[in-house]
Design a binder for this molecule. Structure first.
Ligand code: MLT
Length: 395
């Protein structure tokens, strides 16, 4: 038997499992200390009422012989594919229903999409970044070329002049830095991908948090993206689906490499690897795009972004460098007193009872930084911000 030897090149544990492990060990030792969790970007508000109503209605349908549904279409029910298409159109991105594949979340497809490509590709990845891109690329036997996202380039690396890539991952608004590429910057990325024949994998999981003009919600707002980009999106952060699980991936029909249609390949792959997402979940996702659903979801996003603003304000008043929190739920801060990310993680946990995510876990260039999220409860976020500033001031 042969194992996938690439697994040997992975770090010992996944970032968020390690954060949980350390926070859990602390809690066991200090059961009476209340922890405020601003680590993993998990939502805390309940589902919007129109989404829950859609879950109820569709569950009721399952109880009648005439409306019961068995296997879902592997690529998604037509009603949801059409709703996603209308949403993308409203952002100025023209896509067709057959280019949209409903998934059980962005993470699943970020890992699965690599099955379209062979091993040994050169992959451009931002550093720091959501660890899934790097880990899955390593598992697939690819060669990673890191692009540093640092203060000097405003945490938004641009295409390298001296390097040819096969695959490029971009996450905008970015996890973890909270920074987002402008239309003009994404144009440069699309031109670069086109010029070197690369496929750009665009993670738009946080597009609903964009508030500034000139920041694309979808890569297909950029001319030329149809022939070089795949977009992976999720209802997790947009509509609180971290527990329900639903997302979508767009693979344009015009995207071809080595004489093959990537859309046809992805359709083939989905046909053999999934029986689709549950009907009730897809009806719930459809409800996100109704006028009532959209209003409720926008209110939740405003709540999270107010939390993010509270954290940014506290850090700025303590003169600690931070960015993000504007088009994003994430705040990326410099660790005070030249601490390393994990040193600051331990210090904050011990002195303030606040859990964040160490920047080094997102890549080597994240060392010395720390990520906080706006996804917490509003009152607890205010407490955490005050405790954080106090703990930093004591250093
Ligand atoms: C994060 O905290 O970066 C995300 O919640 C993790 C994820 O989406 O899997």
């Amino acid at each position: 038997m042969k194992l996938n030897e690439n697994y040997r090149s992975l770090s010992r544990s996944y970032l968020f499992s390690e954060v949980e492990k350390r926070a859990g060990a602390f809690r066991e030792k200090h059961p009476n200390q209340e922890l405020i969790r601003l680590g993993i970007g998990d939502v805390t508000l309940p589902l919007a009422a129109p989404v829950v109503a859609a879950l109820h209605r569709s569950a009721e349908e399952m109880k009648e012989k005439e409306t019961f549904r068995g296997y879902a279409p592997e690529h998604g029910y037509p009603f949801l594919r059409a709703a996603v298409r209308r949403h993308l159109e409203s952002c100025g991105a023209a896509v067709r229903d057959e280019e949209i594949f409903i998934s059980s979340g962005a993470k699943d497809d970020l890992a699965g999409i690599l099955s379209l490509f062979g091993a040994g590709n050169t992959v451009l990845i931002q550093d720091p970044v959501y660890p899934v891109y790097a880990d899955t690329s390593i598992m697939a036997g690819n060669r990673i070329v890191w692009m540093k996202a640092e203060r000097e380039n405003d945490f938004l690396p641009m295409p390298p002049k001296d390097c040819r890539a096969d695959l490029i991952y971009l996450c905008s608004p970015n996890n973890p830095t909270g920074k987002a590429y402008s239309h003009a910057q994404l144009e440069q990325w699309v031109q670069y991908a086109d010029a070197c024949g690369a496929v750009l994998i665009f993670d738009s999981a946080y597009e609903a948090f964009i508030e500034q003009d000139g920041i694309p919600h979808s890569i297909y707002e950029i001319p030329g993206a149809q022939t070089c980009a795949i977009e992976i999106a999720s209802f997790s952060k947009t509509a609180g689906f971290t527990g329900l699980r639903c997302g979508y991936t767009v693979v344009p029909c015009a995207l071809r490499r080595c004489g093959q249609s990537l859309n046809a390949m992805w359709e083939r792959r989905k046909s053999v690897s999934t029986n689709g997402v549950a009907y009730v979940i897809q009806r719930a996702a459809e409800a996100v795009y109704t006028p009532e659903g959209s209003k409720a979801v926008q209110a939740a996003i405003r709540y999270y972004k107010t939390n993010a603003a509270v954290i940014v304000h506290a850090l700025q008043s303590a003169k600690i460098f931070c960015c993000g929190g504007v088009n994003s739920p994430y705040i990326w801060m410099k660790c005070p007193a030249k601490m390393t990310s994990w040193q600051f993680f331990d210090y904050l946990l011990k002195t303030a009872g606040v859990v964040g995510t160490p920047g080094a876990g997102f890549g080597a260039a994240g060392e010395g930084y720390f990520r906080l999220t706006g996804f917490g409860d509003a009152e607890k976020t205010r407490q955490a911000a005050a405790r954080l500033v106090q703990a930093a001031g004591a250093l």
